[in-house]
Design a protein around this ligand. Structure first.
Ligand SMILES: *[C@@H]1O[C@H](CO)[C@@H](O)[C@H](O)[C@H]1NC(C)=O
Ligand SMILES: *[C@@H]1O[C@H](CO)[C@@H](O)[C@H](O)[C@H]1NC(C)=O
Length: 461
C-alpha cells in the first residue's frame, strides 16, 4: 500500500506501530462466570431454525424409542422385553444390533438437499447417544463405532462434507457425555464421581477429537448422568473451545454440561426437551422437539397420528421465534440411512412455508408483544431497522378481517402487506390502539401458502 503525500515521519510511525492488535485480547478462564458471559455468536440467533437428527444403533430395532437399550435391559419394560422375545434369539445382546446398522442407502448429499430445502440454517447430528456408539471412527470407542462396525463409514465426515460443500447450513453435533452401561462410567458413578476414569479417558478425549476433526459450529451436549460439571471438567473444556479450538469464533453450545447446569450455564438454554415457554426469556434459548411426538429415534411402530402435522410444526416455529427462541426440529433416519417420506415431506413443507414467510422468521427480533391480546393465535416478530413488524396469523378469519390489538397505526405512514401477495392492504384503526386489516379475497389457489400467513406492517408502534 502506498499513501501518496504522507509525510515520511508519519509513514515511519505507521510502519513501526505494531500489526493488528491480537485477534482477541480477552481469554475466557475456566469459570462459569467468565464462560457464561461470552457473547453468543450472532449467526445463531439469526438462524432461528435447525434440524436435529437422532441416528445410531437404536435405529436398528427402531421400536419404541432411542432409549431402547435402557428400557429393555435396565427398566425391563414389558413391551420391550416382549419385542425382543418375539423377534430375536434368546442370547441376542444389544451389541449384536451394531453389525445390523448397515446404513446401506445412506447418501449424505441427498440428506443435504432435503435439509437445504427445509429452510433450516443448521443441523445437529447425534455423533454419539447414550448407547455410546460413535458415528465417527473414534479412537476411544474401540469396536463400537461406525467405521469399524455397521456402516463401516465415517458418517460424521460424510455428512459434514455434504453440508459444507452443498448447502449454506452450519454443521453441528450432539454428543452424550455419559454412556448408560460403560463399565468405567458405572465405576465412577459408584464412587459418587470421586473417580474420573470415564470422563478423563473417554468423554474429554472424544470431545477434543470431535471438535478438532469435524469443527462443529453447534456443540450440543447432553446426558450428564447426574454427574456434576466438575466431574466432566466442563468449564475446562469450554474454555479451550472458546479460546483455542478451531471453532472458537463461531461455535455455540447449549446448557447441558453437568448436573444443575441446564437452564443456567453454558451457551444458549434448552431447559427441557420440547421447551416452549410462550413468553420472552432474558437469555437466548432453543426449543428442541421431535416430529414424532413419542420418540427421537426412528420407530417402525409409529402411526400417522404420532407425527405432528405441518400446521402444528409451523405453530411451534412461530411461537418459538416470537418468544426469542430457535426451533430445533428432530427427525430419525432409518437403519438403512434413509429419511422416511413422512419426515421428508414435513421438512419440505417447512421449506415451502419459509420461502414465503422466511422474511418474518430469519434474522428477526422479538417485538414489544409476543402474541396478540385480541387474537392469541397472532404472533409477532420485528425488524426494527426496517421499521417493520410481522404479524403471523395461524387461522384465516372467516370475516376476512383481521383485528390486531397491539400495533398502533399511523394514518400517514403505516403500510400493510401480506407476504407472498405483495399489494398494500386496506386497514383502519381500531379502538385506542389497534388496527383492522382487510385481507385480500383470495381463492384457495391464490393463497401464498396454507398453514399460517404473515402481515408485514411498516411504520407501526
Ligand atoms: C480440565 O480443565 C482444566 C482447567 O480447569 C484444564 O487445564 C485441563 O486441561 C482440563 N483437562 C481436560 C482433560 O480437559
Ligand atoms: C397469548 O396472549 C394471551 C393474551 O394476552 C395470553 O393470555 C396467552 O398466555 C398468550 N400465550 C399463548 C401461548 O397464547
Amino acid at each position: 500500500m502506498r499513501v501518496p503525500g504522507l509525510p515520511a515521519l508519519a509513514l515511519a510511525l505507521l510502519l513501526l506501530s505494531p500489526p493488528c492488535p491480537a485477534r482477541r485480547a480477552e481469554r475466557y478462564p475456566p469459570t462459569w462466570m467468565s464462560l457464561d458471559a461470552r457473547p453468543l455468536p450472532e449467526w445463531f440467533d439469526q438462524a432461528k431454525f435447525g434440524i436435529f437428527i437422532h441416528w445410531g444403533v437404536f435405529s436398528v430395532p427402531s421400536f419404541g424409542s432411542e432409549w431402547f437399550w435402557w428400557y429393555w435391559q435396565k427398566e425391563k419394560r414389558p413391551e420391550y422385553v416382549d419385542f425382543m422375545a418375539k423377534n430375536y434369539p434368546p442370547a441376542f445382546k444389544y451389541e449384536d444390533f451394531g453389525p445390523l446398522f448397515t446404513a446401506k442407502f445412506f447418501d449424505a448429499n441427498q440428506w443435504a438437499d432435503i435439509f437445504q430445502a427445509s429452510g433450516a440454517k443448521y443441523i445437529v447430528l447425534t455423533s454419539k447417544h447414550h448407547e455410546g456408539f460413535t458415528l465417527w471412527g473414534s479412537e476411544y470407542s474401540w469396536n463400537w463405532n461406525a467405521v469399524s462396525e455397521g456402516p463401516k463409514r465415517d458418517v460424521v465426515k460424510e455428512l459434514e462434507d455434504a453440508i459444507r460443500s452443498k448447502t449454506d447450513l452450519r454443521f453441528g453435533l450432539y454428543y452424550s457425555l455419559f454412556e448408560w452401561f460403560h463399565p468405567l462410567f458405572l465405576e465412577d458413578q459408584s464412587s459418587s464421581f470421586q473417580k474420573q476414569q470415564f470422563s478423563m479417558s473417554k468423554t474429554l478425549p472424544e470431545l477434543y477429537e470431535l471438535v478438532n476433526k469435524y469443527r462443529p459450529e453447534v456443540l450440543w451436549a447432553d446426558g450428564d448422568g447426574d454427574a456434576p460439571d466438575s466431574y466432566w471438567n466442563s468449564t475446562g473444556f469450554l474454555a479451550w473451545l472458546y479460546n483455542d479450538s478451531p471453532v472458537r469464533d463461531t461455535v455455540v453450545t447449549n446448557d447441558r454440561w453437568g448436573l444443575g447446569s441446564i437452564c443456567k450455564h453454558g451457551g444458549y438454554y434448552t431447559c427441557s426437551d420440547r421447551y416452549n415457554p410462550g413468553h420472552l426469556l432474558p437469555h437466548k434459548w432453543e426449543n428442541c422437539m421431535t416430529i414424532d411426538k413419542f420418540s427421537w429415534g426412528y420407530r417402525r411402530d409409529a402411526r400417522i397420528g404420532d407425527y405432528l402435522t405441518i400446521e402444528e410444526l409451523v405453530k411451534q416455529l412461530v411461537e418459538t421465534v416470537s418468544c426469542g427462541g430457535n426451533l430445533l426440529m428432530n427427525i430419525g433416519p432409518t437403519l438403512d440411512g434413509t429419511i422416511s417420506p413422512i419426515f421428508e415431506e414435513r421438512l419440505r413443507q417447512m421449506g415451502t412455508w419459509l420461502k414465503v414467510n422466511g422474511e418474518a422468521i430469519y434474522d428477526t427480533q422479538t417485538w414489544k408483544a409476543q402474541n396478540d391480546t385480541v387474537i392469541p393465535y397472532v404472533w409477532y416478530t420485528s425488524k426494527p431497522k426496517e421499521n417493520r413488524v410481522y404479524a403471523i396469523f395461524l387461522k384465516w378469519p372467516t370475516s376476512g378481517k383481521l383485528i390486531l390489538g397491539e400495533p398502533k397505526a399511523n394514518l400517514m405512514a403505516t403500510e400493510v402487506k401480506l407476504l407472498g401477495h405483495g399489494r398494500p392492504l386496506h386497514w383502519v384503526s381500531w379502538a385506542s390502539s389497534g388496527i383492522i386489516v382487510e385481507l385480500p379475497k383470495l381463492t384457495f389457489d391464490q393463497l401464498p401458502c396454507s398453514w399460517g400467513w404473515t402481515l408485514a406492517l411498516t411504520n407501526v408502534t
